[in-house]
Design a protein around this ligand. Structure first.
Ligand SMILES: [Zn+2]
Length: 435
């Protein structure tokens, strides 16, 4: 049995004053700055018999139980002993398609029977199927589904979620999604970081016509983007740059224009085919380029020299039954900044579980448990350019943490497909706890 205690965000004044958490068999601080490259990715800054003092939504002290308990402000705090469990920073899920209308379970079955992703797309399935359903869905229904998913994110230890629009593909529907993301950010405790992904694919009504893609891009740049900018609906701009979606040249135009309006670029890159999207991401100074199953040696070298985060999404390859995962070891060894995310979406990665993504990162990407944890916390925070505020347990940072029902952090990826998250805290407030 578990209970989800998501409550409305409170005013600062009403935040729990002080909370002292003790009894951590291992407290993973992830202290030491970001981004993490190479061997620094596996440094978790572990404190045994750890304690952390939360004060008005921030971290006031971190250390051993003896160090933290001896503080005057700790003596007056509400106390919680976690009984030898592992405490770590809340997961930062830096790539999701949060708002969509329904699952695509019928396509899942077709894929198992042998239909390719692209065959399904050609038959009106895939992303365009989600677009049809989203356009027909009410804002209330979309919000209810997203809210339920956010409760599940919290129950898996996630405290910050990036979210992209992209299943509307017309002005009204895309703005509807981004407005819902903003409402959800204000109405429930998880932080939602919005990315404008108008360039997901070319919508059906523009396909098969001369210059269809160009006409859609014109709509995106002349009508959607100005609204997104004026209403401050997103911080980042993303493009699905791949076979069957947008070319590098088109991606460059969209992202450059968005950049001029203050949106930081990110890219869906090298998932289905190698297009050169990674080189484009590096050239534009993108915050991240995500997927990377098809990157080559030159792409890896370019990423290693850049601040662009290589965000790997192994849930996608797992769900699609693909054998080719992104070359995580080569990326880490070259010195690229590697992060992990769920890519929560109805077509290729229907999961909100960062612990499951960690299990896949270890078993399929050959990342160590320590590397996977850093990639899902501090480096993921860096991918959202929030590394100074979240992603580690250090004094002055936001009090976002997760407690897992394990004694050793390596058991977090070791158990797969199991619910081991025991408690989640966002800005000092308990938002999830198992009974
Ligand atoms: Zn995606």
């Amino acid at each position: 049995m578990s209970s989800v205690l998501l409550r409305r965000k409170r005013d600062n004044d009403a935040l729990t004053e002080n909370l002292l958490i003790t009894g951590a068999s291992q407290l993973l601080t992830l202290r030491g700055g970001a981004p993490r490259r190479g061997t620094s990715l596996s440094k978790l800054g572990i404190v045994e018999d750890g304690a952390v003092l939360l004060c008005r939504g921030e971290i006031a002290a971190v250390g051993t139980r003896a160090q933290v308990e001896s503080r005057k402000d700790a003596k007056q705090a509400e106390k919680l002993d976690v009984g030898g469990r592992v405490v770590l920073p809340g997961f930062v899920d830096s790539h999701t398609h949060l708002i969509h209308a329904t699952s695509r379970a019928e396509e899942y079955e077709l894929k198992i029977q042998g239909a390719s992703y692209e065959e399904i797309a050609r038959k009106g399935g895939g992303i365009l199927n989600s677009v049809k359903k989203l356009r027909a869905a009410s804002a209330e229904a979309l919000k209810a589904r997203a809210r339920a998913a956010l409760e599940e994110f919290a129950s898996c230890g996630t405290t910050t979620v990036e979210a992209k629009n992209g299943y509307g593909l017309n002005v009204a529907s895309e703005l509807k999604i981004l407005c819902l993301q903003r409402e959800l950010n204000n109405e429930q405790p998880l932080e939602i970081v919005s990315t404008f992904l108008g360039a997901h694919v070319v919508p059906a009504e523009f396909r098969g016509k001369p210059d269809g893609a160009e006409r859609y891009i014109a709509l995106l740049l002349e009508q959607m983007l100005p609204e997104v900018v004026n209403e401050r609906l997103a911080e980042f701009c993303d493009v699905f740059c791949d076979r069957g979606a947008f070319t590098c040249a088109q991606s460059r135009r969209i992202l450059s224009e968005a950049q001029q309006h203050g949106l930081l670029p990110r890219l869906h890159a090298e998932q289905l085919s190698r297009t050169g999207a990674t080189q484009l991401a590096v050239e534009l100074g993108a915050a991240s380029c995500d997927h990377l199953e098809q990157v080559n040696a030159a792409d890896i070298r370019a990423l290693a020299k850049s601040r662009t985060v290589a965000t790997l999404l192994p849930g996608c390859d797992f769900h699609l039954g693909w054998k080719q995962y992104a070359p995580a070891r080569k990326l880490i060894e070259a010195g690229a900044v590697v992060a992990l995310a769920t890519d929560y979406n109805p077509g290729t990665s229907p999961t909100v579980s960062m612990p499951m993504v960690l299990s896949l990162a270890c078993s399929q990407l050959r990342m160590t448990p320590a590397e996977a944890l850093a990639a899902a916390t501090i480096n993921a925070a860096y991918a959202l350019r929030r590394e100074k505020r979240i992603g580690s347990l250090e004094v002055g940072k936001q009090a976002d943490l997760a407690v897992f029902e394990v004694e050793d952090y390596r058991e977090i990826p070791y158990y797969f497909g199991m619910q081991r998250c025991w408690m989640t805290v966002k800005s000092g407030e308990v938002i999830y706890m198992r009974d």
